[in-house]
Write a protein that binds this ligand. Sequence first.
Ligand code: PMP
Length: 317
Amino acid sequence: MQAGGGIITWALTSTNKPKDMTNRALGPYIWKNGEFLESSSVTIHACTHSLHYSGSVFEGIACYYGAIFKLKEHVQRLFSSASLVSLRLGFEVPEVVDAIKALVQMNSCKDGRFYIRPIVWCDGSDLSIRKRSEELAQIAIFTKEIRPLNPNAEVNLVLSSWTKASGASSPHQCKTSGNYLTSILAKRESEKFGGGEALLLDFTGKVAECGSANIFFLQKNGILLTPKTNCCLNGITRQTVLELAPKLGIDAQEKDIFLTDLNSVSEVFLTGTAIGILPVRSLFCPKDGLRLEFSRGPVASLLFEAYFKLVSSKHVT
Ligand code: PMP
């Protein structure tokens, strides 16, 4: 980002571009408050309320060769997140859906996989935590090319020392920036131990989710389990897997899961818009030095194939 006179632009220059974004460009246009603007011209002020006190809400939507997966569901979740943190939008769901479809055209998101990020925030700049209820929230949408889903990808998990707050402290069904502080800390910690993602327990010790993904466990008796949603986001990919599983003859259930249950597990995989269905190779627990290894098994592969077919279909929007 470039700074100047309190204004921060969203354009990425060649000198500050993170390594993994090389050749993965931000789309040329950003839709902001009803207008298509050149990405390099879109700015936010350094006094922006949501920048100081968190409270922005956002979505992560994937577009596969021009087909946007579950667009309406994502936009509805954006509006529900906004309502949970009292951000008042000046647009309706169909208008944001149409804006995303138009932006995908303008940014030529046809050849490859693209990530669509709508974000809603409070502009108030008087440095008070108070938000004026009459003030309309700001909304911007941008696109970025991302790597295609890789059927051979795997991840190593590290059990985090950070835990998810209770639902009474944090609205878990809200994709709000504040919820991501724990995710960022946990992910950073997992990297220190060579992991690619962090597994978080909830405040009572039950398995919750990963930093930015839901988690599934295949028990040795063939039942597929995923934590209930009282302490994790009810991810759209999670819901898709729960819909696909019975069609593939897999018994999938939502259940309270404890670390001791993992002894009777043969496969583990993560789900999320950006990662799709990602098998877990190992789980390392730094506290006791224990490492559990999991096999890359047929159930994750079966679900990956079915998911890939679904997201690649042209009729999913
Ligand atoms: N949990 C968290 C904390 C996440 O950030 C994400 C990614 N949005 C998910 C789960 C998976 O959600 P979805 O499948 O809707 O992308």
